[in-house]
Design a protein around this ligand. Structure first.
Ligand code: F6R
Length: 617
């Protein structure tokens, strides 16, 4: 995810900016850059690759003597969203006159229209980014007052931003602003540091001001004057950071996995941003590059993926078949190329991969392309190999996932598959009214996930039942069957408890022989078709002495009344529309796995034998 640092004060700005960027490296990025003032003129360096490569270049190209007097600057690590990771797309971006520099986190949704408007006025763009559009817009509106120009520009943009702006004409001033993208200002002795992440600030000062949405600040050495975008002063309290820098990287959470679990509402908002059409009651998936006629011609979809991404695909199959009536096959990517799959000109192969680098999924993409099929990607990492080789698809925009166990990528994959099902469905059998209902479900998802996260303490207590066991089962039916598989995968990879994910009906065809008092069963009885049968399956487990943790929907009194007397624990999910239930369910299971692993003292972010990206067959 992109990171911002800005500095104004009496010390060596370049050193502080580079250190700040290094502190944010854990977030993941693909390019980095910085801009500062030298003798009243902007100087900048930016390139793809690591912060160290940027530092090496800065120190090579700017001698100590050259760097003297550089006491103000802005810097950025970019995680590509609009445009590939290239030197030109890296931040900072400049205005047309090359006198104002900007770094930006977030997404400017109406950038295409603004860019066209500026091009008509003679602006030439050097990058493919939405951020450069904002830099040039600020320049176009600038009449000597930086704060005024930035406010005027931000009032024209739709989307999210955290920005820091530097202007040759004001060598003592940075302007910072935010909407939907975090930004804080650290106030030190005679110096100020702007950052998108407390990790970049804590080694300099613990006194910080968190900007609110639509705040804009004039930041000078040791001071910050904060207003709203209409120039009305606002009061923001100074908070005291008591994290060390390690904790700051994790946003105060004990592990990246927990941070990423809690980031899910925001990750999903980013995944949904700009993708819901309230006029046609459908979704907007421009990255697929398919016209409604191309969509209508698709007769079969093959979803290929591995691990957690395969489980998301299995949920997606339910969505697409139900909403669009198109047959969907899910395929373990490692098998795909070896079994010589039958593919036709009316098939769509969608490769789902968080990293976009998984060797088996990539091989499946190449095999499908070789067979002349339409192939698209669903990746989180922009410009990853699968994203490049498919050339079209749906980015998740979940932000980088650092914890090895995938969490927010899964929920965003399911969200994106829901959007795809909605798009395909509206092109076929869904009415406007049905479309409107599904759009409303998509919009409600982030808040429903936020409500599910409030169960954290309750789930932590329930995890004690699991933490001491050696083996356990996760069972589900219908759309919750893949969720049971995902819950079992999560707990085994981070807690090393042997867990089997099973279809609840399959249990009695063999594995039920293993059930006994020492083998708990996590049973997904939330409100989806098939839940009544789950109650019988739970009774079968209880009859063999297995303790049961049931996941149920709030307000489903019939199920709750049948289960309360017989199960050991109940996790009650917020009441939600059908298509949201698998997402809420998986969030509860992520927390369950996390707390079981924590109670067992496991190295949660880096489980043994696992890598974040599996680039071997
Ligand atoms: C489990 C997990 C893995 C990945 C799998 C595919 O938590 O993260 O099962 O889902 O290795 O990775 P991607 O999605 O990057 O292709």
């Amino acid at each position: 995810m992109c990171g911002i640092v800005g500095y104004v004060g009496g010390r060596d700005a370049v050193e502080i900016l580079l250190n700040g960027l290094k502190r944010m490296e854990y977030r993941g990025y693909d390019s980095a850059g910085l801009a500062t003032l030298r003798a009243g003129k902007l100087a900048q360096v930016k390139n793809t690759g690591k912060v160290q490569a940027l530092a090496d270049r800065v120190f090579r190209e700017w001698s100590e003597e050259f760097r003297e007097g550089m006491h103000i600057g802005i810097a950025h690590t970019r995680w590509a969203t609009h445009g590939a990771p290239t030197d030109a797309n890296a931040h900072p971006h400049l205005d047309k006159a090359g006198k104002i520099a900007l770094v930006h986190n977030g997404i400017i949704e109406n950038y295409a229209g603004l860019r066209k408007m500026l091009e008509a006025k003679g602006h030439v763009f050097l990058s493919e980014t939405d951020s450069e559009v904002l830099a040039q817009l600020i320049g176009a509106l600038y009449q000597g007052d930086l704060l005024q120009a930035v406010s005027a520009a931000l009032l024209q943009v739709e989307g999210t931003f955290g920005i820091a702006v530097l202007d040759e004409a004001h060598p003592e001033l940075l302007v910072a602003a935010r909407r939907g993208s975090p930004l804080l200002i650290g106030l030190g002795e005679g110096e100020s540091i702007i950052a998108s992440d407390a990790a970049a600030v804590v080694s300099h000062t613990r006194n910080v001001i968190y900007l609110d949405d639509d705040d804009i600040a004039e930041v000078r050495a040791g001071t910050a004057d904060i207003r709203n975008l209409h120039n009305v002063p606002v009061n923001r309290a100074v908070s005291h950071l008591d994290w060390d820098s390690g904790a700051a990287e994790k946003g105060g959470y004990e592990h990246f996995m927990l941070k990423e679990i809690f980031e899910q509402p925001d990750a999903m908002r980013n995944c949904l941003r700009g993708r819901l059409d309230d006029t046609l009651h459908t979704s907007v998936l421009t990255g697929l590059g398919l016209e409604p006629r191309d969509m209508a011609a698709i007769q079969r979809i093959v979803l290929v993926a591995c691990g957690t991404s395969l489980h998301a695909a299995m949920v997606g199959k339910y969505f697409i078949e139900e909403l669009a009536g198109i047959p969907v096959e899910t395929e373990q990517a490692a098998e795909f190329r070896y079994r010589n799959p039958i593919l036709g000109p009316h098939d769509l192969v969608l490769a789902i991969s968080q990293s976009g680098e998984t060797a088996d999924t990539l091989a499946a993409v190449r095999e499908a392309k070789c067979k002349g099929t339409l192939v698209a990607g669903m990746c989180n990492v922009v410009a990853s190999t699968i994203a490049r080789e498919t050339g079209c698809g749906i980015y998740l925009h979940a932000g980088p996932e650092i914890g090895v166990a995938s969490t927010k990528a899964f929920t965003c994959q399911v969200t994106a598959l829901f959007l795809l099902a909605l798009k395909l469905g509206r092109g076929r059998r869904l009415s406007r009214q049905q479309g409107a209902g599904l759009v409303a479900t998509a919009k409600a998802l982030p808040e429903l996930v936020a409500a599910t996260l409030k169960l954290n303490d309750k789930v932590a207590a329930v995890a004690e039942t699991l933490a001491s066991c050696r083996d356990c089962f996760y069972i589900g039916r219908g759309i919750l069957h893949p969720v049971a598989l995902e819950g079992a995968l999560k707990i085994k990879e981070i807690s090393y408890i042997h867990a089997e994910g099973y279809h609840a009906a399959e249990l009695k065809h063999g594995p039920i022989a293993l059930l006994e008092a020492a083998v708990p069963v996590v049973a997904l009885a939330a409100d989806v078709p098939g839940k009544d049968k789950m109650v019988s399956n739970i009774q079968e487990c209880r009859a063999r002495g297995a303790p049961v943790i049931a996941v149920v929907s709030e307000g489903d009194e019939a199920t709750l009344t049948s289960l309360r007397p017989i199960v050991q624990a109940i996790i009650e999910l917020p009441k939600a529309p059908l298509h949201a239930v698998p997402v809420l369910c998986v969030v509860a299971l992520q927390l369950l796995a996390y707390h079981a692993a924590r109670l067992r003292g496991c190295p949660i972010d880096q489980p043994r034998n696992l890598a974040k990206s599996v680039t071997v067959e």
